[in-house]
Design a protein around this ligand. Structure first.
Ligand code: HAM
Length: 444
């Protein structure tokens, strides 16, 4: 059963009613320990980079008084078809959508629409919300470096009275995030799509300027001419690029008010010291945008060079009135790709040293279990081998785990109530009473 309103090429994908899905899956799917293509398991040590970035993002966002919102990963398809636009790539080709009973659902392909659905439900209380979210998004794209089917965004949405000052503050906040993460060499590209009222004039102006070149455009752009003409402007095909370079700027078709709005955004960014380049061909791929739009690119990550995209938008989610906001989504996988090796290493470095307890024999193991519990209660990071392996292999394990200290307890140490404490970096070993206080004092 296919979902009406979800694009045609999407229909070729696996799409089953809930009842028929399970027997079909049993017959078809081969069990494999690998995640699905374009998706990843994220584990240590890489996950520590994620945690460090998330931690520092939360503290930057807190200084701007943004609070976290966690909306569902599964949403009604209508949340996206109403907001992103029927002709966008996401709605036409990329949504993981399915039917469950009478409901048409999909995994969220982006975060803004779900947040605006949430804010719309708040009524008048939703008029002053500064929100952020972190989590997985899903798009059925052809996987390649920097392009995943499950990827993660850190997103921000400011649903506050529209103002060019707010747009500038949100762009500046994004610059503050990149700087807190230690990412250099990014470029902020900025443009305006004008107001909703300007839009028909902009579309008509660009379409008429392109009309004489219609036959020369690539196949996709010939389709875009009728469906979503502004997307022709960011086509990467050389012949289209050559044509687009000679077109009038979209700002030529905008009102003075819209141009003033954009000028104020740029002035505020100048005064805040945010470096950016106005890119007159930037249009963004989602229909909900109006006025300020931007993308942040990095030359360090290959063809998929957009670390982030954002802009001002208006969305009707069936609340009392359409919701206006401004925000951005940062692709976290791409941010990690843009980090230098040195920066990655500094993000995974542990502040607390690791202590490994090495036990020879069952009684020593029992004594060490209690010592480990006491050390952990005092806030230490402690690991011990519980399988009774040889001292040599326990020492090897401690080395592999990069332990700063190893406390060894064998039969003779147990009988004497002592442990041998080894400082791994200095390769020095000393004997001391096996008490919590002595050990804590020794490891500082
Ligand atoms: P977007 O440009 O579609 O905008 O996505 C934002 C960022 O998500 C991209 O710049 C990229 O870093 C990352 N991204 C997108 N698709 C993939 C993928 N398949 N694999 C890896 N990373 C990807 C939005 O999603 C808007 N909701 C942003 C926004 C928020 N606008 C206003 N508020």
């Amino acid at each position: 059963m296919f979902i009406k309103g979800v694009g045609r090429s999407f229909l070729g994908q696996l799409f089953l009613t809930a009842r028929s899905a399970i027997p079909m899956v049993r017959r078809m799917s081969k069990l494999s320990p690998k995640p699905l293509k374009g998706m990843s398991d994220i584990s240590s040590p890489e996950v520590e980079i994620w945690q460090a970035l998330e931690y520092s993002a939360r503290s930057v966002l807190d200084t701007y008084t943004y609070t976290e919102v966690r909306t569902p990963i599964l949403e009604p398809v209508a949340v996206y078809t109403h907001s992103l636009g029927d002709t966008t790539d996401i709605v036409q080709k990329q949504m993981y959508a399915f039917e469950r009973g009478s409901e048409q659902l999909c995994l969220r392909p982006e975060g803004t629409a779900g947040v605006i659905r949430y804010v719309s439900g708040l009524g008048p209380d939703g008029g002053d919300a500064r929100l952020y979210y972190m989590g997985p998004m899903f798009r059925s794209e052809r996987p390649q470096a920097g392009r995943r089917r499950q990827f993660h965004q850190l997103g921000v949405e400011a649903i506050v009275e529209p103002s060019p000052f707010l747009d500038a503050e949100v762009v500046a906040m994004q610059a503050a995030l990149f700087s807190a993460w230690g990412i250099d060499g990014v470029e902020f590209q900025l443009n305006t799509r004008g107001s909703v009222e300007d839009f028909p004039r902009v579309v008509a102006g660009i379409r008429s300027a392109l009309e004489t070149h219609r036959g020369d455009l690539c196949e996709d752009c010939q389709r875009r001419m009728d469906q979503n003409v502004l997307r022709v402007l960011d086509c990467k095909v050389p012949i289209c690029k050559g044509i687009v370079d000679r077109l009038p700027k979209i700002t030529n078709f905008m009102s003075d008010e819209s141009l003033d709005y954009f000028r104020t955004v740029c002035e505020q960014l100048d005064s805040l010291g945010v470096t950016y380049r106005v890119n007159p061909l930037l249009v963004r791929g989602l229909d909900y945008y109006q006025h300020t739009i931007w993308e942040v690119t990095s030359s360090a990550i290959g063809a998929q060079d957009a670390l982030s995209g954002g802009g001002r938008y208006v969305m009707d989610m069936g609340g009392k009135k359409p919701v206006e906001g401004v925000g951005f989504g940062i692709g976290m996988e791409r941010v990690i790709m843009a980090l230098s090796d040195e920066r990655k290493a500094s993000l995974t470095r542990k502040d607390k040293p690791l202590i490994c307890l090495v036990s020879i024999g069952d009684e020593a193991l029992q004594a060490n279990m209690q010592l480990a519990a006491g050390l952990r209660d005092s806030g230490c990071r402690v690991s011990m081998d519980l399988s009774g392996r040889s001292m040599k292999s326990q020492m090897k394990r401690a080395g592999k785990m990069d332990a700063a200290w190893v406390a060894i307890c064998g039969d003779s140490e147990l009988a004497a109530g002592v442990v041998q404490l080894k400082n791994m970096a200095a390769s020095e070993q000393s004997e001391m009473p096996a008490t919590l206080d002595t050990l804590l004092a020794a490891i500082g």
